[in-house]
Design a protein around this ligand. Structure first.
Ligand code: ADP
Length: 341
């Protein structure tokens, strides 16, 4: 750890937040320049939209989204048009502030005219997105998947998907959105940081139960229900690859500007956190990409009112230690040398 700057060159640099050190001339850095900007909600939506316009069927894994405030008139017009052509369509929309995380500032609305929307978006850019009303449920609960993806190289594109991830569960049984339950975050939002505050959150030592489980344990459950888990994995992998392809052109621009070809500089790799929601029919939908996914393997426990202690979280440990270990193995410079020989 070098809190006050570094002196000697290293083989691998592990930056905490983003690519920021322009004094690195060799080795490998664990962040790509521009990645944080590229995966913000608005930029990601824009990049995926470009691909949706070109390849609508290939990119149907991302909910229809509009960027606020600039696309508000388009949002109103398109929703009106869709409602006119299909009066039985009763959509719900989710509004997510740009740059927000951990469910911060997110809310659901039934109609573009909702006062919460018209009142707030002027001050804070956001993405408004079609809400997926029929998610796959396990134990009557909505859950999402956090998958860890290693972007090992941009050119050539090299992507590794960790075989296990986390499933984060809501803490109230799911009901399809109605005006009455729209505000119930423990029913609709799967964020750990929100659900931890629900009295129903279950920390578990056993990876198969509780409010945070391994994705492999959920796959086991689905497989025993007869789900085609192989197809699901292949759909997830194709979602990951297509999403990275959508980000690649601009990432290359950032890369060339920070690390120009021909000048000494490091190469980059990065662990990304993909948040994915499964629909009832098992189709995976991309919710968002995290450039700096949490690698914490502990959680806080309240020993007595107001007194907290960090305790190990076996589920996080099982998944995240493997992700870091395998990443280091994949970028190990000694291994590359051996391979070249
Ligand atoms: P944040 O960065 O604040 O976590 P997300 O985009 O991940 O924002 O959304 C937070 C949560 O809201 C997700 O984990 C998921 O449970 C729910 N969610 C987000 N988008 C949708 C959607 N289009 N349909 C259904 N649920 C969604």
């Amino acid at each position: 750890q070098f809190p006050f700057g570094r002196r000697l060159p290293c083989d691998i640099y592990w930056h905490g937040v983003s690519f920021h050190d322009n004094d690195i001339f060799s080795g490998q850095v664990n962040k790509f320049p521009g990645m944080t900007e590229m995966v913000r909600k608005i930029t990601l939506s824009r990049a995926v939209r470009t691909m949706q316009d070109l390849f609508p069927l290939e990119y149907n894994f991302y909910p229809r989204s509009w960027i606020l405030p600039e696309e508000f008139p388009l949002f109103v017009a398109e929703v009106r048009m869709m409602k006119d052509s299909d009066p039985s369509w009763k959509p719900t929309f989710i509004v997510k502030p740009d740059g927000g995380c951990q469910g911060d500032g997110i809310y659901l609305i039934k109609d573009p005219s909702d006062i919460r929307l018209t009142g707030s978006f002027q001050s804070r850019p956001a993405v408004v997105q079609e809400y997926i009303c029929k998610p796959l449920l396990v134990d009557k609960l909505k859950f999402d998947i956090r998958l860890y993806v290693l972007l090992k190289s941009l050119e050539p594109l090299e992507i590794y998907v960790a075989k296990d991830g986390l499933s984060r569960f809501c803490t109230e049984p799911y009901q399809e959105p109605t005006l009455k339950n729209l505000h119930q975050v423990f029913m609709h939002l799967t964020n750990y940081s929100l659900n931890i505050h629900s009295g129903n959150f279950v920390h578990s030592d056993n990876v198969n139960t509780g409010s945070k489980r391994t994705f492999s344990s959920v796959l086991g459950r689905l497989s025993s229900r007869g789900a085609d888990v192989k197809k699901l994995w292949s759909d997830i992998i194709s979602l990951v690859i297509k999403t990275i392809i959508a980000l690649t052109p601009e990432l290359k621009v950032y890369y060339q500007s920070d690390i120009p070809a021909g000048k000494p500089g490091p190469t980059c790799f990065q662990i990304l956190g993909f948040d994915i929601l499964l629909m009832k029919n098992l189709k995976p939908m991309l919710l968002e990409v995290n450039a700096n996914p949490s690698m914490r393997i502990e959680h806080e426990q309240e020993l007595s009112p107001g007194v907290f202690e960090n305790v190990p979280s076996p589920v996080d440990e099982e998944v995240k230690v493997a992700v870091i270990r395998d990443t280091l193995r994949l970028v190990d410079p000694q291994k590359k040398k051996r391979k070249d020989v």
